[in-house]
Design a protein around this ligand. Structure first.
Ligand SMILES: Nc1nc2c(ncn2[C@@H]2O[C@H](COP(=O)(O)OP(=O)(O)OP(=O)(O)O)[C@@H](O)[C@H]2O)c(=O)[nH]1
Ligand SMILES: [Mg+2]
Length: 463
């Protein structure tokens, strides 16, 4: 792909509307615009930039053109945005005329790619632009916005600078190795290294929240058949989304729907009731339930207040045997509106209840049918820590950044091991350099065409 030519693309969605914007950028982009538009005063090429000019595209439309001069534009090149009436026909004619006037149609993400190549933003910021466009909740918007504005990259740059300092200490040792000068303080080195490793680990850990917030926090609703899972999904969504019936085994396949609570998008997943079954289709459904249970961030484990303590104990055991420590589980005792008389009064039952409580701890009492207790449940979900309310520092949302962090963590672990084993400086230096360059790849210090192609091809045309 060349970057010394002019590109053009519609920058607003296709279809009719009030206005559309066609974007142009490149060394002689403004000359191309002048060939297309008759301005009331002057030309685009004469403009000093940051100017909105009124003009006419003869026989087609009246337009408003925003003119930007390099380097003060999104791409860092001379650029213009042509605002016309939003008719697909008008946009297509403007595009044709621009191509005749010396522009080619931009590749997806090429405007942002040029912005990156011209130093207007780093790679993480460019990825933040795509995330910002895709953000559909306050929390995902907040993360994308911080990334686009560069606050996120700053943390990685600081971390990288810390490693460069470490490397310079090691290089110092290498420089003096012939005269056998004992190292610049190995203890200082070890403590700097530990700090950097801690930082890498906490950034890595932030990915589980960041990824969930970006893509919607998965919340699996699991429990025995007939415990009221589908009723609970419907109650949360305030919509008849899933089929409810008093026949155990009603839900076969998973049903998924998203909802925003307190600025965070959650993906609620209703699942097939967990039980032993000979029915092939039901068994497949139960396998899916277990899969959703394992991959969810939050689990709503539904017990049935009308079920016996033994039934609930069995269901709680099944669920708890699948849980991993980083999952949040909210135990729910449903159907509290028709709960029978206190089962603790029946001989033999208190022991079962005690066993049950040892697994479930506090259970939230609820009636999915009447809605009582639903607010407490929403609060409990909001308290699971995906709200970012007090979160500080960078939160990793990108799989690419996460895998770079994992790689850097491995490199640093090797440096640490080498330090512990009193290995020589050149071995330390090699792994350190690898970690430095891996971290640099996050904000695009070192890139390949292949990587850039992969990142920017996911953008839309005109961005
Ligand atoms: N009284 C009362 N009935 C409820 C409540 N929640 C669910 N039910 C009833 O319990 C029955 C089963 O409800 P579902 O929501 O279909 O249960 P489920 O857990 O999805 O069942 P499966 O899909 O078979 O696993 C239905 O008759 C519901 O009306 C509740 O809070 N109170
Ligand atoms: Mg169901």
């Amino acid at each position: 792909m060349r970057f010394d030519d002019n590109i053009c693309a519609p920058a607003s969605p296709a279809g009719s509307g009030a206005i559309s914007v066609v974007r142009v950028s490149g060394p002689t982009a403004l000359d191309s615009v002048d060939k297309l538009v008759n301005f009331r005063r002057g030309t685009a090429a004469e403009s000093k930039g940051f100017e909105v000019k009124f003009g006419v595209v003869p026989g087609l439309d009246d337009v408003l053109v925003s003119v930007y001069r390099a380097p003060h534009s999104y791409t860092g090149e001379d650029a213009a945005e042509i605002g016309c009436h939003a008719s697909p026909y008008i946009v297509s004619v403007i595009m044709q005329r621009l191509q005749r006037a010396g522009c080619r149609i931009a590749e997806p993400g090429e405007f942002t790619r040029r912005a990156f190549l011209n130093g207007k933003m780093d790679l993480a910021q460019a990825e933040g632009v795509a995330d910002l466009i895709a953000a559909d909740s306050q929390a995902s918007h907040r993360l994308a916005f911080a990334q686009m504005k560069g606050g996120y990259s700053k943390e990685f740059r600081e971390l990288r600078a810390q490693l460069v300092e470490l490397a310079s200490l090691v290089e110092l040792e290498l420089d003096f190795s012939e005269v056998e000068v004992e190292f610049a303080d190995r203890e200082k080195l070890a403590s700097l290294l530990e700090q950097a490793r801690g930082r890498v680990e906490s950034l890595k850990a932030s990915y589980s929240v960041g990824n969930a917030v970006k893509n919607g926090v998965p919340v699996a609703i699991v429990g025995a058949p007939n415990s009221g899972k589908s009723t609970l999904l419907n109650a949360l969504l305030r919509e008849d989304r899933a089929i409810v019936s008093d026949i155990p085994g009603t839900t076969r396949d998973t049903v998924e729907e998203t909802m925003v609570l307190d600025g965070v998008r959650y993906r609620f997943i209703d699942t097939a009731g967990l039980r032993e079954s000979d029915d092939t289709v039901e068994r497949l459904g139960i396998e899916r339930s277990l899969g959703k249970l394992r991959s969810a961030c939050i689990i709503l484990a539904v017990l049935d207040a009308t079920g016996t303590p033994l039934e609930n104990l069995e269901s709680a055991r099944t669920i708890s045997s699948e849980l991993s420590p980083d999952q949040k589980v909210i135990w729910i005792l449903n159907k509290c509106d028709i709960a029978p008389r206190d089962p603790a009064m029946v001989p033999g039952i208190p022991e079962l209840i005690r066993d049950l409580q040892s697994i479930t701890g506090d259970t939230l009492r609820l009636s999915a049918l009447t809605g009582s207790g639903l607010e407490d449940l929403q609060e409990a979900i909001e308290d699971c820590g995906f709200g970012l309310g007090s979160a500080e520092g960078a939160i990793v949302t990108s799989a690419r950044h996460y895998s770079a962090l994992c790689e850097a963590a491995d490199d640093l672990a090797r440096v640490s091991e080498a330090l512990d084993n009193q290995l020589s400086g050149d071995l330390l230096a090699e792994d350190l350099r690898a970690a430095i360059s891996t971290l640099g790849s996050i904000f695009g210090e070192i890139t390949t065409d292949e990587l850039l192609g992969e990142i920017f091809s996911k953008f839309c045309i005109g961005k």
